[in-house]
Design a protein around this ligand. Structure first.
Ligand SMILES: *Cc1c(COP(=O)(O)O)cnc(C)c1O
Length: 329
């Protein structure tokens, strides 16, 4: 497969910056050299990791002649926000089928969903399977009305979306080589797994050899690792990537999830505060704060060697921060 030949729409401002974090390193006692890949700066209605996935997903939607894009997520879904923004940019309609009940306040991501013109609906259930069925129902209704809907799965984590982070790794390697840096390790959040899976695939496909660690934001380790493996393998199969995944490629640490998905943790709060005060960079309570808490724990506990060079892949999420303002009082 030639990745460069696959259709892709330009939605993200790439390459995103690669920056060193010397003050965070000092704050942690001067251990490993720390860098951050700023995918919070992709652009597209406040940025985030979904922009890379959506470049491939929307190319497919346009190739199929879609006029409406349907997707799902939680009420504060970054993915839903960025999908609706991409639809607006490309002149498509969007329907967001969000889990749970309609919140009393139009805040954070939900506010932006409305601003970019999404048709926002709530399933009244926390079950992703209920939302998936609801999306198919919306698609059927639209088709019956003569429209051409295109369904983007949860998190955009199918084979196409995963390619976004395969390409992201290629971008990272070029930047690192130009800067004369070689990463021993890469830390990333692991949610619906397209990002983590894509990073693993890129790392193998381009023979980079970093150790990739995913920090789970929801699932227990065994389930999360299984999901990453399935998402990555589906991408290998579909695009005939010359990669054979081994056991050691897929590594998830689930000790930073706390009480559950989107539930703020003390470790996450500390990590958000450390990153903000030392580097002026904003993480979020749902994803990047927990992932950073994981990386910080691995540094403090000596799991990461002092002479290693480590990348934290920032995946965005700050729009949801405002919904948690009371937790930072
Ligand atoms: C969706 C999301 C993630 C997780 O990415 P997956 O590909 O779903 O694993 C991480 N960080 C932020 C801010 C996100 O919105």
């Amino acid at each position: 497969m030639q990745l460069a030949r696959l259709p892709r729409v330009r939605l993200a401002a790439l390459p995103t910056p690669l920056e060193e974090m010397p003050r965070l390193r000092s704050a942690l006692g001067g251990g490993p050299r720390l860098f951050i890949k700023r995918d919070d700066n992709t652009g597209l209605a406040l940025g985030g990791n979904k922009a890379r996935k959506l470049e491939f997903l929307f190319a497919d939607a346009l190739a199929q002649g879609a006029d409406t894009v349907i997707t799902t997520g939680g009420p504060q879904s970054n993915h839903a926000r960025m999908t609706a923004a991409a639809a607006a940019k490309l002149g498509l309609a969007s329907v967001l089928v969000l889990t749970g009940e309609r919140p009393a306040e139009m805040n954070g991501n939900l506010l932006i969903d409305a601003l970019v013109g999404a048709d926002i609906r709530f399933t009244g259930s926390d079950d992703d399977a209920v939302a998936a069925r609801a999306m198919e129902q919306v698609a059927a209704e639209l088709r019956a009305a003569g429209k051409r809907p295109y369904v983007v799965p949860l998190g955009g984590s199918n084979q196409l979306g995963t390619l976004g982070y395969v390409a992201g790794v290629r971008e990272l390697i070029a930047q690192a080589e130009e800067a004369g840096i070689a990463f021993d390790r890469i830390y990333v959040t692991s949610g619906s797994a397209g990002t983590h899976g894509g990073v693993i695939l890129g790392n193998r496909l381009y023979s980079y050899g970093a150790r990739v660690t995913g920090i789970s934001v929801s699932r227990p380790r065994a389930l999360a690792e299984d999901l990453v493996r399935r998402v990555a393998q589906a991408c290998i199969d579909k695009y005939e990537l010359p990669v054979t995944l081994s056991e050691s490629d897929v590594e998830v640490d689930d000790r930073f999830v706390g009480p559950g998905y989107a539930k703020i943790t003390d470790g996450g709060k500390e990590a958000i505060s450390l990153l903000a005060r030392n580097e002026g960079i904003i993480a979020d309570p749902v994803y990047t704060g927990k992932a950073l808490a994981g990386m910080i724990d691995h540094i403090r506990s000596g799991r990461i060697g002092r002479d290693e060079t480590v990348l934290f892949w920032h995946t965005g999420g700050a729009p949801a921060l405002f919904v948690y303002s009371e937790d930072f009082r």
